[in-house]
Structure formats: C-alpha cells, structure tokens
Design a protein around this ligand. Structure first.
Ligand code: NAD
Length: 320
C-alpha cells in the first residue's frame, strides 16, 4: 500500500508517516518546509523516517497543481492523507489570504488529482474550530456555518470541497476534525510548548481569562493517529468524524499539571479570550467510536509526561 501524506514533516503528519512505515507501507511525504515555525524542527521530525527504505520525501508545495500532478503521475498513491495546511485560528487573522490559498486551493488541487488518479481513500484533516461557539458537546451533525476565524472558514471550505469531489469522482473521502492535539513534536505555537518555553525562563505565559472557564479537549497525538489510520483504511464512501478526547480540561488545571510534571512554576498574564477562539471545545466521538473503532486512551498526565521527555531530550538539548 502506498500512501501520500501531505504536511508529512509537520507535527501530526510526521507521526502518521512513522506509523504507516511501521506497518510496512510505503510513504510519499510532501511538505514545503515553510517557515511558519522553524523548518529545522520539521527536518528533525523526519530524520528517522528518511532512513527507512519505504519512505520518499518530496519537497514541494501543494498549491502548485503541476508539481502535484508530477507526484501523482510518478508515485500513483493508493491512499492520500491530506494533513498539510496552515493552522492556528489567531495567526490566520493576520494572513487570511495565505490561509485561503493553502487550505482551500491547495486542498482542491489534491482532491482533483486524487479523483483523477482513482485514489482508494482520501482523508482530509479538518478541525474542531469549524464548530465556532456552538453549544457543547459537539457532534458532527450540528451546524458549522459560523466560523470564528479565517482558519476555521478555510477548513470548512475544504470539507465542503471534499464532499463535492467525492460526489463528482466517487472519491472515497473521510473528513477528520482534530481537537487540540498535543505530544512529542508539538508545534511551538501551541500548548504545551507555548507555556513550557516561558516557564523555564521565568517569563509570563498568556492565559485567556487567567485560565478560568476556558476548557480544551486536549487529545494525545497517538490517539489521533490511530483515528486517522482507521479513517484511511475503512471503506466508508464519505463521512465526517470528530477525533477528540471527550474530556475537556480547564486551562488553569492544564497549567497546574504542567507545573507538576516539569517542576517549573508559571507566571500568569491573564488576557481576554481572543474573538477567534471559543471558551470550550468538547468532542462527542460516538460516531468515530462506532464506525472507526476510535478509542482515545491517553490520560492528559501520561501524554504530557511523554511530551516533557521529548521536550527535554530533543528541544532543550539542541538549544544548548
Ligand atoms: N495540531 C492541532 O491541534 C490541530 C488541530 C486541528 C486541526 N489541525 C490540522 O492538522 C493539520 C496538521 O497540523 P499540525 O499541528 O501537524 O501542523 P504543522 O504546521 O506542524 O504541520 C503542517 C505541515 O504542512 C506543511 N505545509 C503547509 N503548507 C504547505 C503547502 N502549501 N505545501 C506543502 N506543505 C505544506 C508545513 O510545512 C507543515 O510541515 C493541519 O491541517 C491543521 O490545520 C491540527
């Protein structure tokens, strides 16, 4: 089985590539190593994969339809995991057009090629951000037409095109909505890295509402990957799935846990909640459990302990 993984050098994409390789699959990784965060992180994410015989790296941009056609023509992937994209609701407020180009046009390029090249399964990485401020818990059938950020709007647009291409080409497509993913290789603009860096340097961390009344459904990356693999391998013609932990944790409690695990105290700078973010994210994962066998297993304390080991070994060591 040959998989194309876009964004394969990023946080989630690189974990997915490693898991597929461990199952003896071939992986074609497409990534443009953009500088949204330090590309050296992305190179280190794929260092082990590059040693594997089944792994091919294509440094390329999926906004470039001709370059992507070359990839499909050369490698003829059986399945595609479109994980690459521009993430982060708040950052998208500053560069909405870039988000539209990457997350909408880039996604259309890949859907078009997957349809034309008879790909047997397409997974599209969407986000809990499509739910905006809808009352929680969020199940897949509630309305998602009030996105709070350009990021959320572009991801919703990608979901809509995923259905359109499924309808047009019969492309078997699964949309997966990720809920606040964390773990080793986590993006530096996300909790917990965003908090740990200043905590180690006795600098303040910005907490929305001082962390009170703000809840996130943190989901460990291994659990997310198990859900993505199930979505890639199932034979459902089209569906949308929440991949979350279903246990929202208050931001203040998250920070307390991080303080306990790292042994470093946080200095808190309380700021109002961004208009691009909801107060609570909370996945109803009943559908993913029923149809994909999805079962998030990792407690926050265990997952954060893995994150902290990685951070000490990989991030702090390379800073010395
Ligand atoms: N991390 C989360 O908590 C989370 C939550 C919801 C949704 N998501 C979605 O999951 C996906 C992966 O997120 P991540 O946290 O791993 O982010 P990431 O930034 O670590 O990974 C994305 C990768 O895509 C690559 N990329 C971006 N634009 C590209 C382009 N035009 N051509 C080729 N490669 C390109 C980047 O270089 C990067 O390596 C994103 O689509 C994101 O929107 C993530």
């Amino acid at each position: 089985m040959r998989y194309l993984v876009t964004g394969g050098a990023g946080f989630i994409g690189s974990h997915l590539a490693d898991t597929l390789l461990s199952r003896n699959a071939e992986v074609i990784c497409v990534d443009n190593f953009n500088n949204y965060y330090d590309p050296a992180r992305k190179h280190s994410n794929i260092a082990a994969a590059l040693q594997q015989p089944g792994y091919t790296l294509v440094e390329g941009d999926f906004r470039d339809a001709a370059a992507m056609e070359q990839v499909f023509e050369t490698y003829r992937p059986n399945r595609v995991a479109h994980i690459g994209g521009m993430a982060n609701p708040r950052a998208s407020l500053r560069r909405p057009v870039l988000y539209e180009e990457v997350n909408v046009r880039g996604t259309m390029n890949l859907l078009e090629l997957a349809g034309r090249y008879n790909v047997q399964g397409f997974v599209y990485a969407s986000t809990s951000s499509v739910y905006g401020r809808a009352p929680t818990p969020w199940s897949e059938d509630i309305k998602t037409d009030q996105p709070l950020s350009p990021y959320a709007a572009t991801k919703k647009a990608g979901e809509l095109f995923a259905y359109t291409y499924h309808n047009h080409y019969g492309l078997p497509t699964r949309v997966v909505r990720f809920f606040t993913v964390y773990g080793p290789r986590g993006r530096p603009d996300m909790t917990p890295t965003l908090f740990v860096d200043p905590m180690l340097n006795q600098q303040p961390i910005t907490l929305f509402n001082g962390g009170e009344g703000v809840y996130r459904d943190w989901t460990y990356v291994d659990d997310i990957i198990a859900g993505v693999v199930a979505a890639l391998e199932c034979d459902i013609p089209f569906d949308v799935f929440n991949l979350g932990n279903s246990h929202p944790v208050q931001l203040r409690d998250f920070v307390t846990l991080l303080e306990d695990i790292t042994g470093h105290k946080a200095i808190i700078d309380s700021q109002p909640l961004s208009e691009a973010e909801p107060a609570i994210t909370f996945a109803n994962t009943e559908k993913a459990e029923r149809l994909l066998g999805f079962q998030p297993r990792t407690e926050l304390e265990e997952g954060l302990t893995h994150f902290w080991s990685w951070y000490k070994d990989e991030v702090l060591q390379t800073q010395d």
